[in-house]
Design a protein around this ligand. Structure first.
Ligand code: UDP
Length: 325
């Protein structure tokens, strides 16, 4: 009682689904978000402190005013291509600002941290499913920023006793089934919302980035995981930190892969024909990225609910219709 969870980046895509869940469960929380890409409406009235987690003075005030027990950190830049063109911004925001946040946590004696990591920490897969022991070798600055933070967390645990759960997301997708929140990136770069927009507006032709990969139909295979299932995993991670003395890194994925053409097919069935053309490969895209999520299931007790790609697409579609209306 009385303790709050600080959700950094709570106004963003995955963060807002976390906030929705915390509200549903009456878990006290405060959001810190600079609204650089998040949306105030997505908070549905949850307490927002507007600012960046690289602002040490602001953080000091937040930790002094609120009785914070744990921090969940969603605020980061997420575009692989942009990280190649502008690595400075990525290292600054994803690494430096996170170090500031962690240092202020240590200063305020807040010792539980849940971090949005990514399958991009692995780089090119050496096995058909990737488990957490897979070699780490990110192939772009974005992935390197996430791996660096994971390594920094190891050092912070040894030196300061700050414990963490690093959740390595595969492809976050979908929207809350109640229709209240969803994905709203600007610019949008993700496959499912782009395919839906192409099907509905018929204004833009979806570009399929490469059809000569070594996969069943030549297009890339990805493991799409529903955003509400991701939020659930964070709640379990919080429980884990309350009940265990250790830190953890765990993959979050459905352990099933869909090709780009299979996703287009699912969208076509639910939203209408997706106009598409085959384009060049996108830099930094491995052919296949599929999770082995045994650890999340066994150690965190995680059971994803929306494992059917049709559910993921139909929730995304419901949200698309709402924001397009
Ligand atoms: N993709 C595509 N056309 C697009 C966007 C994405 O063919 O306009 C492909 C992309 O190459 C990858 C998959 O769809 O194989 C998922 O990409 P997304 O950007 O959604 O997520 P990422 O894997 O980069 O996190």
């Amino acid at each position: 009682e009385g303790k709050s969870v600080l959700v950094v980046g709570g106004a963003g895509y995955i963060g807002s689904h976390m906030i929705h869940l915390l509200r549903d469960l009456n878990i006290r929380h405060v959001v810190l978000d600079d609204l650089s890409s998040g949306h105030r409406e997505a908070l549905q009235g949850s307490r927002l402190i507007e600012g960046n987690c690289g602002d040490a003075t602001l953080l000091r005030n937040v930790f002094a005013e609120h009785d914070i027990d744990a921090v969940i950190h969603f605020a980061s830049f997420i575009e692989v291509g942009a990280s190649v063109r502008n690595p400075a911004a990525y290292y600054e925001n994803n690494v430096c600002n996170t170090v500031t946040l962690l240092s202020e946590m240590v200063r305020a004696d807040v010792k539980k941290f849940i971090f949005s990591s990514t399958a991009a920490v692995y780089g090119l897969p050496e096995t058909s499913k990737i488990d957490e022991s897979h070699r780490k070798g990110p192939i772009n600055p974005y992935g390197r920023t996430k791996l660096m933070v994971e390594e920094i967390l190891g050092d912070f645990e040894k030196a300061y006793g700050l414990r963490s759960v690093c959740l390595r997301y595969f492809n976050a997708a979908g929207a809350h089934p109640d229709g209240a929140i969803g994905e709203n990136h600007n610019p949008e770069t993700h496959l499912i919302p782009l395919a839906i927009a192409a099907a509905i507006t018929r204004e833009k032709v979806l570009k399929v980035f490469g059809d000569d990969y070594d996969t069943r139909d030549g297009t890339c295979v990805r493991d799409y995981i529903h955003v509400c299932d991701l939020a659930d995993a964070h709640l379990l991670a919080l429980k884990y930190l309350n009940q265990n003395e250790a830190s953890l890194a765990a993959n979050l994925g459905n352990e099933a892969g869909f090709t780009v053409l299979e996703v287009i097919d699912a969208v076509s069935r639910l939203a209408g024909q997706v106009p598409y053309e085959v384009a060049a490969r996108r830099d930094g895209d491995p052919a296949v990225l599929v999770a082995d999520a045994t650890r999340a299931r066994e150690v965190l007790g995680w059971t994803p609910q929306y494992t059917d790609v049709n559910d993921i697409v139909s929730h995304a579609l419901q949200w698309y219709r709402k924001i397009a209306a």
